[in-house]
Design a protein around this ligand. Structure first.
Ligand SMILES: [Zn+2]
Length: 467
């Protein structure tokens, strides 16, 4: 899942930061490119692909680079699904390791739907094409290359660095990070993690922000159901399960949850206010941070679904079913309402608000379908943010670092739920990458810059906070 770049602007334009024929400028970038090529070449989509095959290919590279056997592990979690872990030992065990994680599975890519072969790295006009080049084999290749180069150079960090390349983020039912948390606590005992979900934002060909994902919303479905004794449709009555459900759903549609900002979204709107093309939008962002109850500011921002989803919990009807025969009064009608809940709000409170909104619709009940996984926002600690800001200023002077909250969910959810902070950051700047779509792409220059950024960031973080 890679959606953060879309949060920033209404109009995405082709990315003019990509130049013709950028080339790797050092051994690290060359290695990262080679690994990206190998990763894209191995189909890791759920239907026919194998994350296990890719995990084993990376294991071979790590062992060849000199990592000892005990510091590399492939964990097979299903027939064709696997994760690979590697640890670069630090000088001290005084501080817990840093985890760099990336998922190596990809969304399905049917070659007939693409004009380019999806499972082959194509470099053309300053762009890499191939399934996974933007989500998330770019970051997986970067971290694999960074650790291998560190090992080859004899670089010893102050604390351990763990890289986890994982299965089934996009689906498949054997989520790698969840599995590792449950089954490999010795690998997952880390201070915090770097993940996907952040990245550089390009608007009108300009780098406008380096985003750091520090929070994500919770996901929960609610079932709205209307029941009725029913009867013969030749003798209708005023009470009717389909009509009552319709009434209830239009009230759900009209219900607006209150604006509720947290540390991360306050920082997002505060910093984003400075680079809005429309001054009214920037002004509304500032006013809403000062007073979340400002109705005018809310009205200005809520028309953009991306901002609206960051301001508040949202609930929307997504599935509908009802009745049992064309000649009978319906005995049952139901709808699925999908809610994306702010991290510090409770599913029970959302349930209460839905029930209140629905009010007196007759015979209608609302229930939670399962439970939401908690995902507390990760603190914006200077230990992590300061090096990101310093590096960003050095590499792209004047580009602000902007914390964000994902409105969808990433694997960061599982770690945050386990009490481990997660920061989505990449230093790769691009516009639309067609991630999950046809001819997925990333500017070549963005990839090499991101590799350089992550390399310097991991080195800095791994030599901080250890006395
Ligand atoms: Zn992803």
């Amino acid at each position: 899942m890679r959606v953060v770049a879309l949060l920033f602007c209404l109009f995405l334009v082709p990315d003019s930061t990509a130049q013709a024929q950028p080339a790797p400028s050092n051994e690290l970038e060359q290695l990262a490119r080679d690994i990206l090529e190998e990763m894209v070449g191995i189909n890791t989509a759920h239907s026919e692909g194998s994350t296990l095959e890719l995990a084993r290919a990376m294991e071979t590279r790590f062992l060849a680079a000199g990592f000892p056997r005990e510091d590399v592990e492939v964990t097979q979690v299903a027939e064709r699904e696997g994760n690979v872990l590697v640890r670069l030992r630090g000088r001290s065990q005084a501080a817990k390791p840093i985890l760099a994680m990336a998922h190596i599975d990809v969304v399905e890519a049917n070659p007939e739907d693409w004009t380019l072969p999806p499972f082959e790295l194509i470099e053309e006009d300053g762009t890499f094409y191939g399934r996974g080049v933007a989500d998330d084999k770019d970051e997986a290749a970067a971290y694999a290359a960074i650790l291998i180069r560190m090992k080859q150079e004899g670089f010893t960090p102050d604390r351990d660095i763990v890289v986890a390349l994982t299965a089934d983020e996009e689906g498949g039912g054997h989520n790698g990070i969840a599995w590792l948390l449950a089954n490999r606590p010795e690998w997952m005992d880390v201070e915090y993690a770097l993940n996907e979900g952040g990245g550089g934002v390009v608007v009108d060909g300009e780098r406008t922000a380096n985003s750091v994902q520090a929070s994500e919303k919770k996901f929960l479905n609610y079932i709205v159901e209307a029941t009725n004794p029913g009867g013969h449709s030749s003798r209708p009555r005023p009470d009717n399960a389909i009509y009552e459900l319709s009434k209830a759903l239009s009230r759900v549609g009209a219900h607006q949850f209150p604006v509720n900002l947290n540390e991360v979204t306050r920082a997002f709107f505060t910093r984003s206010a400075d680079f809005q093309e429309d001054p009214r939008v920037g002004d509304a962002m500032r006013r809403l941070v000062a007073d979340p109850g400002d109705p005018d500011a809310d009205r200005t921002l809520e028309v953009d679904p991306r901002y609206n989803a960051m301001l508040r919990t949202t609930c929307v009807a997504t599935l509908l079913d009802g009745g049992h025969a064309s000649n009978a009064l319906p005995q049952r009608a139901w709808a699925n309402v999908n809610c994306r809940i702010l991290p510090d709000e409770s599913p029970e409170d959302v349930l209460g608000q839905l029930r209140q909104a629905i009010g007196d619709a007759e015979g209608v009940t609302v229930t939670m379908d399962g439970a939401a996984t908690d995902s507390p926002p990760s603190p914006l600690t200077p230990e992590v943010l300061a090096p990101i800001e310093a590096l960003t200023e050095e590499m792209w002077p004047g580009v602000p670092v902007v914390p964000t909250m994902s409105t969808g969910a990433t694997d960061g959810l599982y770690l945050r739920n386990a009490g481990i902070p997660v920061y989505g950051v990449s230093g790769m700047f691009f516009g639309d990458t067609f991630a999950h779509g046809m001819n997925e792409r990333i500017p070549v220059q963005a990839f090499y810059e991101g590799v350089a950024f992550l390399d310097r960031l991991v080195r800095t973080l791994a030599t901080r906070g250890v006395s």
